[in-house]
Design a protein around this ligand. Structure first.
Ligand SMILES: Cc1ncc(C[n+]2csc(CCOP(=O)(O)OP(=O)(O)O)c2C)c(N)n1
Ligand SMILES: [Mg+2]
Length: 895
C-alpha cells in the first residue's frame, strides 16, 4: 500500500521534460535573467501554496562554468603538461632524496601532486611578478606545497641543484632550503608564512582590504594587484580560515581569490567522508556573499553531462559521498561502473560505450587545465565580490600504488624503485631504467621547448614568483616635539600610561613627517582606552564612506566613517586586527610604503589568543607596535579572571625579534616609541614592539635628574636607576626593582623602609626583563666561546656590580619574569609577582591578595636582610603583624 502511494508521487520523466522544455523556451525567448525571475517567482508561489522549500545555499554538484562557456585556452597544453610533469618529478625527488639521505627529515609529496595544476595554471597565465606594472600579485602558497614551488624555481634557474639537494638541510655549507615558506629564513624568496594552517587565509583577506585602504588613503596609486590564497580543504576546519569571510564580501574585495584544493583528504583521512566538502564550502562562501566557482569535473564528463537529459547523473554526483569518491580514486574502472554508475540502469547505460580504462580516466576538474584556466579567468575578471574556487583533485595524484588517494598519502616520503619507475613512465620523464632508482633531479637543456616556454611566460608576466623584493626608503623622523613634553611629567595631574600613550599617538598622527603613515588599529575597544576622539579626528576607514547619519552626529566626537579614514576599527576580532597589523607592518616590503601600525588591545586577549599570528609576524619581519592595554593582573581592577593579565610578558618572550616593555611612566613610553620608530623605519631593523600600558591614574613623574642620554639608554636596555634612597647613610641596604604600575608600590616601600626600618633602598625601574636577559645571555655566550678573551660584562652587571644590599623585585606579572635574570644578579633575588587567577576586586584588594603592594615589598626586603643575618626573624614577624598581613592567608597561586 505504502509502495503504491510512493509510486503515485513520483514525477514521470515526461513531466520533467515538459518543465525543462518550458524553461528552455523562456531562456531562448527572454534570456537567462528571465529564467532567474521565473524560478524566483515559482519559489514564492510554492511557498504561498503551502510548500515549504528546504533552504539550500547549494548549486548542483557540477562545474559552475558550463563547458560551452569556457574561454579558449591561450597556452600550449602539451608543453605545459611536460613542464608540470618535470615539476612533479623534481618535487617528489626532492623529498625522496632528502629522506634517503637522512631518515625522518620529512617533507610532503602528495599535496603538491594534487595541486600542481592549480599552481601551474597560475604560474603560466596569471601570477604577475614584481616587474609587472601592477607591482606583482600577492600570493599565499599552501605551506606544505613548497617542494613544487622550489622545483619550479630550480627550472627557472633561481635555485641550484645543491640547494634542492639540501631541502630541509638549511644549515648545509652550500645553502639549503627551508621546509616551508619563511621570509625570516629566505628573505629574498618567501613573503608569507602560511604553514600554520588558517593564518594564510585570514591574513590574505585583511591584506586584500589593506590594499584598498592604501589606495583610498592615497598612499599607493592605482592598485591592480590580486591577492591569491591557496589552501587545503582540511585547512578550512581552522576557525581562522572561515572566520573573516564576511569582511571580504562586505568590503567588496574583488581583488581577492581563494583557491581551495579539495582533494577530499587531510592528514589522517577524508575531510568529510560522510559528506561533501565542496558542497559544504559552497554553502558557507555563498552564504557569506562570495562568488563561488566550482571546478568539480574534468572535460571527460562534459559529454556524459550533455546526455544527462533527466538529471540522473547530476543527481548521482550529488548523492555519492566524499568517502565514496575517495574509494573510486583508488579503484579500477569496473568498480566505478558497478558502484557509481550501477545504482540505476539508466546511468549504467550511459557509460556502456566506455571501457573500464576510460572510466578510470574520468578526471576531476582540478586536474584539467582548461577548467582551471576558465575558473581563474572568471575569478580575475569578477567585479564587486571576492571569489573562491573550489577545485576537486586527488591527493597524491600520479603516485599510483605509492599513495594516490590513500589515507596514508599525506605522510608519504619514500618511493621504491618500482614506484619511481611507474611515476617516471606515467609522466614521461627522460630518465633511464638504470638511473631511475636514485631519483635524480632532472632539468632539460636551456634551449628545450619547456625551458623556453617557462622563461617566456614568466617574462610576459613580470618575472618570477614568489619573490620578496624590498626597496626600503627610510622615513624622516617624527619631530622631537612629539615626545618632549612627556619628559616633564604630568605636573600634578593623575593620568594613566594608556592616556599618555594615546596622547603620544595623537601627536604622531599630527606629525608632518609621519602622521599619514600611522595606522591605529583597535578591536572595538577605542572607548575603553580613551581613544574615541580619534573617530572624528582621523576618521574610521570604510571603503564606502558613511552611508547613514550617525546617532551622535551632533556631538563633537561623533562616530565618523569615511573613505579616507585612518583608523582601522575592526570590530571584535583580535585575529582580524592582528592580520591588519601584519598587512600594515609589512607594507614597507610588500608595497614600498612605511606604514607604522599601532594595534591597541586588551593585553589579555593578545598573545594568549593570537600568539601564533605574532609569531608569523616575526617571521615576516613585520614592524610596528603592539600595545597591550589594561595590562597588569592587579592594575586592571574589577574585571577578574579572564581579563587580568599577569603573563603576557611571558607569552611574548619567545618571539626573537619582538622587543617587550612594561613601562611605568609616560617619559619611558615616549622614549621607547621614539627609539622604536627610528630603529624600525629609519635604520630598517627587523624588530617590532610589545608595550604594555595600564589604566591606573597616577601622577606621571618627570624624568629623573642626570644625563638624558644615559637615562634613555637605560630605558631602552631595560633598567635604570630611578631614585636613590632618601637616606644618605645606613647599615641596612637594599636595591628594589619595579615595573609598570607596581613601580609606584616600590617607590612607596622605599620611603617606608627609610622612615620606619632604617633601610637605605635604591629604586630601579625595570622596563624590560626580556632585554636584560637577552643581553646577559649574549654576554655569557660570548665569554663561553671566547675563553681566552677578556670577559665581557653584561648590562646587568654593569648597573648592579657595585651596588650593595639585598635585592627585591616586584611586578604585576608572574614571578618567573624577574627570576629569569636572577642568575646574573650579584646576590640572591627575592621576587614578588602575580601568579594565579585574577579576581573581581579593587586594585588595593588585588595587590594585597597577590602580595605585591608596598607592605609585601617591605616585608620581602626585611626577610632578605634577615636571611643575610643582618636583622632578626622577629623583626620581620613584627612588620608582618604591623602591616596586618595574615601569614596564613590563601596562597593566590593555587586558589
Ligand atoms: C595549525 C596547524 N595544525 C596542524 C598542522 C599540521 N598539518 C600540516 S598539513 C596537514 C593536513 C592538511 O590537509 P589539507 O589542508 O587538506 O591540505 P592537503 O595536503 O590535503 O592539500 C596538517 C594537519 C599545521 N600545519 N598547522
Ligand atoms: Mg586536503
Amino acid at each position: 500500500m505504502a509502495q503504491d502511494n510512493l509510486k503515485k508521487n513520483v514525477i514521470s520523466p515526461e513531466e520533467v521534460s515538459e518543465w525543462f522544455d518550458s524553461l528552455e523556451n523562456v531562456k531562448k525567448r527572454l534570456g537567462p535573467d528571465a529564467v532567474k525571475e521565473l524560478i524566483a517567482r515559482l519559489q514564492v508561489h510554492a511557498l504561498q501554496s503551502g510548500v515549504s522549500l528546504p533552504f539550500s545555499a547549494n548549486t548542483p554538484y557540477i562545474n559552475t562554468i558550463h563547458y560551452r562557456k569556457q574561454p579558449s585556452f591561450p597556452g600550449n597544453l602539451e608543453i605545459e603538461w611536460r613542464i608540470r610533469s618535470l615539476l612533479r618529478w623534481n618535487a617528489m625527488a626532492m623529498v625522496v632524496r632528502a629522506n634517503r639521505n637522512s631518515e625522518g627529515i620529512g617533507g610532503h609529496i602528495s599535496t603538491y601532486a594534487s595541486g600542481a595544476m592549480l599552481l601551474e595554471i597560475g604560474f603560466n597565465h596569471f601570477f604577475r611578478g614584481k616587474d609587472h606594472a601592477c607591482g606583482g600579485d600577492i600570493i599565499y602558497f599552501q605551506g606544505h606545497s613548497t617542494p613544487g614551488i622550489y622545483a619550479r624555481a630550480f627550472l627557472e634557474g633561481r635555485l641550484t641543484q645543491d640547494q634542492l639537494e639540501n631541502f630541509r638541510h638549511e644549515l648545509a655549507d652550500n645553502g639549503g632550503l627551508s621546509s616551508y615558506p619563511h621570509p625570516w629564513l629566505m628573505p629574498d624568496f618567501w613573503e608569507y608564512p602560511t604553514v600554520s594552517m588558517g593564518l594564510g587565509p585570514i591574513t590574505a583577506i585583511y591584506h586584500a582590504r589593506f590594499c584598498k585602504y592604501l589606495k583610498d588613503r592615497g598612499l599607493t596609486k592605482e592598485n591592480e594587484k590580486k591577492i591569491w590564497a591557496f589552501l587545503g580543504d582540511g585547512e578550512t576546519d581552522e576557525p581562522e580560515t572561515l572566520g573573516a569571510l564576511t569582511l571580504a564580501s562586505r568590503e567588496k574585495l574583488d581583488n581577492l581569490i581563494f583557491v581551495i584544493n579539495c582533494n577530499l583528504q587531510r592528514l589522517d583521512g577524508p575531510v568529510r567522508g560522510n559528506g561533501k566538502i565542496i558542497q559544504e564550502l559552497e554553502a558557507v562562501f555563498r552564504g557569506a556573499g562570495w562568488n563561488v566557482i566550482k571546478v568539480v569535473w574534468g572535460r571527460e564528463w562534459d559529454e556524459l553531462l550533455d546526455n544527462d537529459s533527466q538529471g540522473q547523473l547530476v543527481e548521482r554526483m550529488g548523492q555519492a559521498l566524499d568517502g565514496d569518491y575517495q574509494k573510486y580514486s583508488v579503484s579500477d574502472g569496473s568498480y566505478i561502473r558497478e558502484h557509481f554508475f550501477g545504482t540505476k540502469p539508466e546511468l549504467k547505460q550511459m557509460v556502456e560505450h566506455l571501457s573500464d580504462d576510460k572510466l578510470k580516466k574520468l578526471r576531476r576538474g582540478g586536474h584539467d587545465a582548461e577548467k582551471v584556466y576558465s575558473a581563474y579567468k572568471q575569478a580575475t575578471e569578477h567585479k564587486g565580490q571576492p571569489t573562491v574556487i573550489l577545485a576537486k583533485t586527488v591527493k597524491g595524484y600520479g603516485l599510483g600504488e605509492a599513495g594516490e588517494g590513500k589515507n596514508v598519502t599525506h605522510q608519504q616520503k619514500k618511493m621504491n624503485e618500482d614506484e619511481l619507475r611507474d611515476f617516471r613512465t606515467r609522466f614521461g620523464i627522460p630518465i633511464s631504467d638504470e638511473d631511475v632508482a636514485t631519483a635524480p633531479f632532472y632539468k632539460p637543456s636551456e634551449n628545450s621547448p619547456e625551458m623556453q616556454y617557462i622563461r617566456q611566460r614568466r617574462q610576459a608576466l613580470g618575472g618570477s614568483v614568489p619573490e620578496r623584493r624590498v626597496h626600503f626608503n627610510p622615513i624622516a623622523k617624527p619631530e622631537a616635539k612629539c615626545f618632549e613634553e612627556f619628559n616633564a611629567g604630568s605636573q600634578g595631574r593623575e593620568v594613566s600610561t594608556t592616556m599618555a600613550f594615546v596622547r603620544i599617538l595623537g601627536k604622531l598622527l599630527q606629525d608632518k613627517n609621519i602622521g599619514k603613515l600611522i595606522v591605529p588599529i583597535v578591536p572595538d575597544e577605542a572607548r575603553t582606552f580613551g581613544m574615541e576622539a580619534l573617530f572624528r579626528q582621523i576618521g574610521i576607514y570604510s571603503h564606502v564612506g558613511q552611508l547613514y547619519q550617525p546617532v551622535d552626529s551632533e556631538s563633537l566626537m561623533y562616530y565618523k566613517e569615511s573613505t579616507d579614514g585612518q583608523l582601522l576599527e575592526e570590530g571584535i576580532t583580535e585575529a582580524g586586527s592582528i592580520s591588519s597589523f601584519i598587512a600594515a607592518g609589512t607594507a614597507y616590503a610588500n608595497h614600498g610604503v612605511n606604514t607604522i601600525p599601532f594595534f591597541i588591545y586588551y593585553s589579555m586577549f593578545g598573545f594568549q589568543r593570537i600568539g601564533d599570528f605574532v609569531w608569523a609576524a616575526g617571521d615576516m619581519r613585520c614592524k610596528g607596535f603592539l600595545i597591550g592595554a589594561t595590562a597588569g593582573r592587579t592594575t586592571l581592577a574589577g574585571e577578574g579572571l579572564q581579563h587580568q593579565d599577569g603573563h603576557s610578558h611571558l607569552l611574548s618572550l619567545p618571539i626573537p625579534n619582538l622587543k617587550c616593555y612594561d613601562p611605568a611612566f609616560a617619559y619611558e613610553i615616549a622614549t621607547l616609541i621614539e627609539d622604536g620608530i627610528e630603529r624600525m623605519y629609519v635604520n630598517n631593523e627587523n624588530i617590532f614592539y610589545y608595550i604594555t600600558v595600564g589604566n591606573e591614574n597616577y601622577e606621571q613623574p618627570k624624568m629623573p635628574e642626570g644625563s638624558v642620554k644615559n637615562l634613555k639608554e637605560g630605558i631602552i636596555k631595560g633598567l635604570y636607576l630611578f631614585a636613590k634612597s632618601p637616606l644618605k647613610k645606613a647599615k641596612l641596604k637594599a636595591q628594589l626593582f619595579g615595573s609598570g604600575a607596581i613601580l609606584n608600590e616600590v617607590i612607596k616601600a622605599q620611603q617606608v623602609l627609610a622612615d620606619e626600618y632604617g633601610v637605605m633602598a635604591d629604586v630601579w625601574s625595570v622596563t624590560s626583563y626580556k632585554e636584560l636577559r637577552q643581553n646577559a645571555m649574549d654576554t655569557e655566550r660570548y665569554n663561553l666561546l671566547h675563553p681566552e678573551k677578556k670577559p665581557q660584562i653584561s648590562y646587568l652587571e654593569e648597573c648592579l656590580g657595585k651596588t650593595e644590599g639585598v635585592l627585591v623585585a616586584a611586578s604585576d606579572y608572574v614571578k618567573i619574569l624577574p627570576d629569569m635574570i636572577s642568575k646574573w644578579m650579584p646576590r640572591r633575588l627575592y621576587t614578588l609577582g602575580t601568579d594565579g587567577y585574577g579576581r573581581s576586586e579593587s586594585r588595593q584588594a588585588l595587590r594585597d591578595f597577590f602580595e605585591v603592594d608596598y607592605r609585601y615589598i617591605v616585608v620581602a626586603t626585611l626577610k632578605a636582610l634577615c636571611d643575610e643575618g643582618q636583622i632578626n626573624a622577629k623583626d620581620v614577624a613584627k612588620a608582618i603583624k604591623d602591616f596586618k598581613i595574615n601569614p596564613d592567608k590563601k596562597n593566590p597561586t593555587i586558589s
